[in-house]
Design a protein around this ligand. Structure first.
Ligand code: DGJ
Length: 541
């Protein structure tokens, strides 16, 4: 039990009044933003359920224990608007309460995904009373006026109804989970974006599009003009950085300006929804994003979501949203996380490929080690819990390392490594170099004597955590690590132990030397199993 929670419990015992814990929240540590739960930082070692799993308690029953046995500490689970508000104003929390019960019984935390007005652009999770009342809850429209299966973000009634339901969910969570803090964070909607055209052409949308670009958006762009994402630089700065005018005048005619318009109005909707939820119970809240494939045009992908080229628009339009979280199903993971990890945006990966993807474990290790990620979750975790592949071994390693990771994030004492892959799957397996403390580490992903990539190389990875002046935890698989002092001389291995942490205590296994360290020249973590070595270096001249 953390100190904060112990004090809280003592206060509750002394007064006899049950005390609500401080809700999970984000806190700065050095350059990192961390999730704090019960007063202690928390690393999400997660997995997201397939979309329909959480709708059935019976269907989920056999999965919980298996997910815990895979060393998950958190499950990302949808909450569907149609299940919790089957009739307007009548709430049914059975689906939520069964998630809480099962998670607690299996020592798991939850991130809840609010599938409200939008899920993957569409509005299929809205209750029947919303779907069927097009007068009150109008649909987005195509240019010829036909409706699509997407609620229009320009309808005040839709925002009001979604907000009432979302706020009711948050109020319920506060009531039933305000002390236990099983729910850590909440995702607002799922993969918002307009399809199959770049903007809504309903009458309300057309009227909004005829208005000038709102002052708040322009002010934000002006205030952040030196730090705008490249896409916004091209659309706005290079077009003359106009401070008033139409969407086309400021951001480009046709789809370019229209997509900025869509992004702004989706962001405003998400902001309103988030505010309503936080007013009831202020958990951290984020919006996830379906990334666009290179070369696709607006309208061909869910347009106006918090995409890389629209991040500034979302930051301006949705300040209540704590961060934007990329769903990454593309091979260029290293490049994408670099776009989304920013001083104003901690990294969290709610969907890191499907759970059977062999690069998932290395992506988790990389995001957490290199980008201080709050956590990582592959998608459809329930589909692999009988056959988890490398994920179980990687998650066992992360579970053991979590206290060291959390202590080091944001301080320069942790780095993560994995080979770079391009969108087209091509692999750059050149070694990576990083300075941690007084040593420079070179991490190679292929045999350093015969450096060729094999099909598994994309799944190799490592993290290095400094725990003392010359002490490091080096953990991973498929890597060879060499080192040299930054201040001259040569580095040798004083000791290298492989082993594991049990309840935070190091349990050494073999003392590695001889062939296992190439006679003192390197640390090798062989492909196959994710392992930890406790290494002490020294300098000689
Ligand atoms: C991304 C969505 O966010 C998920 O809910 C799910 O539909 C997956 N795509 C399917 O690949």
């Amino acid at each position: 039990m953390g100190l904060a929670r112990a004090l809280l419990l003592a206060a509750a015992l002394a007064t006899g009044v049950p005390t609500q814990a401080e809700p999970p929240h984000l806190r700065q540590q050095g350059s990192a933003r961390q999730l704090v739960v019960g007063g202690e930082p928390f690393l999400i070692i997660g997995g997201e359920l397939s979309n329909s799993a959480a709708s059935s308690e019976a269907w989920m029953a056999p999965h919980w224990a298996k997910l815990r046995a895979m060393h998950l500490n958190t499950v990302l689970a949808p909450v569907s608007w149609e299940l919790v508000e089957p009739e307007e104003g009548r709430f049914d929390w059975r689906s939520v309460d069964s998630l809480l019960r099962a998670a607690r019984a299996n020592d798991l935390k939850l991130v809840l995904l609010w599938f409200g007005a939008w899920k993957n652009s569409m509005s299929t999770y809205a209750p029947s009373w919303v779907k069927r009342d097009q007068a009150r809850f109008p649909r987005a429209a195509l240019p010829d006026g036909r409706g699509v299966d997407i609620l229009s973000p320009f309808a005040a009634e839709t925002l009001a109804a979604d907000s009432r339901a979302f706020a009711a969910l948050m109020a319920h969570l506060k009531q039933v989970d305000g002390e236990a803090n099983t729910v850590l964070m909440v995702q607002v909607e799922n993969e918002i974006g307009m399809l199959p055209v770049v903007r809504d052409y309903s009458p309300a949308a057309n009227a909004a599009f005829a208005e000038p670009v709102p002052r708040e958006l322009v002010d934000h762009l002006v205030a952040h003009r030196d730090a705008l994402v490249p896409g916004m630089q091209r659309m706005w700065l290079e077009r003359g950085a106009k401070t008033s005018g139409s969407w086309a005048e400021l951001f480009g005619a046709g789809d370019a300006g229209a997509e900025v318009f869509t992004a702004w109005h989706f962001a405003r909707f998400a902001d309103g929804l988030t505010r309503a939820g936080k007013a009831a119970y202020p958990l951290p809240m984020y919006v996830n994003v379906a990334l666009n494939r290179p070369g696709r045009l607006p309208g061909e992908y869910p347009s106006g979501g918090p995409l890389p080229h629209l991040l500034d628009v979302w930051k301006a339009g949705a300040p209540a949203v704590d961060f934007i979280a990329p769903d990454i199903y593309f091979a260029n993971f290293v490049e994408i996380v670099d776009w989304y990890h920013r001083p104003d945006n901690p990294l969290f990966i709610p969907e890191g490929h499907n759970a059977d993807n062999p690069t998932g474990p290395a992506n988790a290790v990389y995001a957490i080690g290199a980008h201080d990620a709050l956590g990582f979750a592959p998608f459809s975790i329930d589909s692999v819990d009988d056959n988890p592949g490398g994920l179980k071994s990687a998650y066992a390693m992360l579970e053991q390392l979590a206290p060291f990771i959390l202590a080091a994030q944001g301080t320069g004492r942790i780095k993560g490594f994995k080979p770079r892959q391009a969108y087209d799957d091509s692999l750059d397996f050149a070694p990576d170099v990083a300075v941690i403390g007084d040593y420079r580490f070179t991490v190679a992903y292929a045999d350093i004597q015969r450096p060729v990539a094999n099909p598994q190389t994309a799944g190799y990875g490592a993290m290095i955590i400094q725990t003392g002046p010359e002490d490091y935890l080096i953990a991973g698989q498929g890597v060879t690590v060499t080192f040299e002092p930054v201040n001259g001389g040569s580095a040798g291995i004083d000791k290298a132990w492989e082993g594991r942490f049990e309840n935070g205590t190091w349990v050494p296994d073999r003392l590695l030397n001889g062939d296992q360290t190439h006679q003192g020249r390197h640390i090798a973590l062989y492909a196959g199993e994710w392992k930890i070595q406790q290494v002490r270096l020294y300098t000689y001249r």
